[in-house]
Design a protein around this ligand. Structure first.
Ligand SMILES: [Zn+2]
Ligand SMILES: [Zn+2]
Length: 77
């Protein structure tokens, strides 16, 4: 296809587990840090509470808010 946006690149689109800001980097950036338009950067990983399912005991997982991923602490120094 021609015109338009040219390259049909897929964006990561993953949301921050707490603030819900959306990562705007290309999908290929993962597992690098996510980056949102407001400058937020974060790492996440498969949620330990629901193992990526997004639900736990039939309800939305409280650790990841249903996203299946939770924040990973990087231990900034
Ligand atoms: Zn991302
Ligand atoms: Zn979870």
């Amino acid at each position: 296809m021609r015109g338009g946006r040219g390259v049909g690149r897929d964006l990561c689109g993953r949301r921050h587990a707490l603030t819900q800001v959306e990562c705007l980097l290309p999908d290929t950036h993962y597992p690098g840090a996510h980056y949102a338009l407001d400058g937020t950067t974060w790492h996440d990983g498969l949620c330990q509470g629901c193992h990526g399912d997004g639900t736990r005991d039939g309800a939305v997982c409280g650790d990841c808010n249903g996203g299946g991923f939770s924040l990973v602490e990087l231990g900034e120094s």
